[in-house]
Design a protein around this ligand. Structure first.
Ligand code: PLP
Length: 458
């Protein structure tokens, strides 16, 4: 397109003022106010100017755009006044999907957040004595039941375990390193990602002797990091955690394990074998473990440090702890989630419930949906597949599932997936091998009907 004709197109656009005084917008302006309407008119005009500049809008296109300009302003205004953070239906089968907010919380947890958020609370107040209290006691008491009492009960002869909570696991590792290794050295295997510390060994093999010979009088800490986002296969070697524990004890250096996901129950029951649990790690003698609140634990975003009480007390006394502390909403969510564990009510925790679903249960629901879809040109098949735990659980951790596979005679898989994302609420699916795959493992059963309707109307 020639530059002159672009200038003609720009001239066809009304001014912001003309647009706001467009009679079609009169009721919108009186309802939402002149200022809000002006902002939206400005945004719509800027978009049209961009489209002219980039050549996407020609003389024919601009006539169409101008005829719908009042409703575009109205839409813009409605959108600018609605939430940006919205719920979606996760049909990817990735249980801990970081982009989709990781662990969803159950109703009792949301209820506790709701009550604490809308009221004053005893966050840092001892009601019986009328004096200032500590915010961490609300969850430390439950962690004691779940960790110390379990360890004592198992006769593990283990130290007294206490727990503190910070904003996320990255912050937990930061606090631990800053407290235990400030000014000194941390020894970590080269195979365990991280950019901190003094590396030992090679990417695929690190022997106990590699750790041992790296220790100097500056060494403050041995760090073990769970390989959560990648896997090293083949010819690998890594000392067992017990070996690291005895080395740490012999040299009198604390051992910190960053578990990443940190399961509070044994996941072997659901077929996940290589995910070290919090109890397992503490039982083998690791002094401090760090883990996320919103991964396998199934709670809110948080970084949790559990370990020997004297070390945890040093971390609490670190001024960084104040900067990394979490608010009452997180404590409420974590307390309610932990209470479900204390009651052994694991099905109350959505991520645990999802992990425990069998492929047959999921298959039944998939079939019910498939049978409802009658749409010429659209094929809906039920097939075997795999769900992924995700969120930095063992990368190999997959669960057998049943998938809905959708293809269309007239639209590509990417187009179908985009249409599902455009439904309300948006449905997020996987695209693989030129088909759209929906895994109901991560879809709440009460959302099945919504998924069926969206597929029917795709
Ligand atoms: C996920 C993960 C982290 C980061 O945890 P956040 O809670 O997201 O900060 C750190 N280390 C490991 C090993 C992880 O898996």
């Amino acid at each position: 397109m020639k530059a002159a004709s672009k200038a003609d197109l720009y001239r066809k656009l009304p001014s912001v003022d003309e647009l706001v005084h467009n009679t079609e917008l009169a009721s919108l302006v009186s309802r939402e106010g002149q200022a809000a309407a002006t902002d939206s008119a400005r945004a719509v005009l800027a978009r049209l100017r961009d489209e002219i500049t980039s050549g996407r809008l020609d003389a024919g296109g601009i006539e169409i755009a101008l005829s719908g300009i009042a409703s575009a302003v109205e839409r813009e205004l409605r959108q600018s006044l609605s939430y940006s953070l919205r719920t979606v239906i996760n049909a990817t089968g990735v249980i801990l999907h970081t982009n989709l907010g990781r662990a969803p919380l159950t109703a009792s947890v949301v209820q506790h957040i709701h009550e604490v958020a809308g009221n004053y609370s005893n966050l840092e107040f001892e009601i019986d004595k009328g004096v200032r209290g500590r915010r961490d006691i609300h969850v430390d008491r439950l962690f004691r039941k779940l960790l110390s009492e379990e360890l004592a009960g198992a006769g593990a002869g283990t130290h007294d375990v206490s727990t503190i909570v910070v904003n996320n696991n990255a912050a937990a590792v930061l606090l631990a390193l800053n407290t235990l290794a400030e000014g000194g050295e941390v020894i970590v295997s080269r195979g365990e990602l991280v950019e901190i510390g003094r590396e030992v060994g090679t990417t695929n093999r690190t022997r106990l002797t590699d750790y041992e010979s790296a220790i100097t009088d500056k060494t403050r800490l041995l760090l073990r990091v769970h390989r959560s986002n990648f896997q090293i296969t083949g010819f690998t070697e890594q000392p067992r955690i017990e070996e690291l524990v005895s080395l740490a004890r012999k040299r009198n250096i604390p051992l910190l394990e960053d578990l990443g996901s940190g399961a509070l129950i044994d996941l072997r029951s659901v077929g996940v074998n290589d995910e070290p649990g919090v109890l397992e790690s503490l039982r083998s003698g690791v002094e401090v473990v760090t883990y996320s609140g919103d991964k396998l634990l199934g709670g809110p975003q948080a970084g949790i440090l559990s370990g020997r009480s004297n070390l945890i007390a040093r971390m609490r006394a670190n001024s960084l702890f104040r900067a990394l502390r979490v608010d009452k909403l997180t404590y409420a969510a974590l307390e309610a989630t932990l209470l479900a564990y204390v009651k052994h009510d694991h099905d109350a925790i959505p991520v645990l419930r999802m992990m425990r679903l069998s492929k047959d249960e999921i298959g039944k629901r998939a079939k019910t949906i498939a049978e409802k879809i009658r749409r010429p040109g659209l094929s809906v098949r039920v097939m075997a597949g795999e769900s992924v735990i995700g969120g930095g659980a063992a990368p190999s951790a997959v669960l057998p599932t049943t998938l809905l596979a959708i293809t269309s005679k007239t639209r590509s898989a990417d187009e179908l997936a985009a249409r599902l994302r455009a439904s309300a609420p948006p449905i997020i699916a996987r695209v693989e091998d030129a088909q759209v795959l929906l895994d109901l493992r991560t879809v709440f059963p009460e959302q099945d009907e919504t998924v069926a309707v969206a597929l029917q109307e795709i």
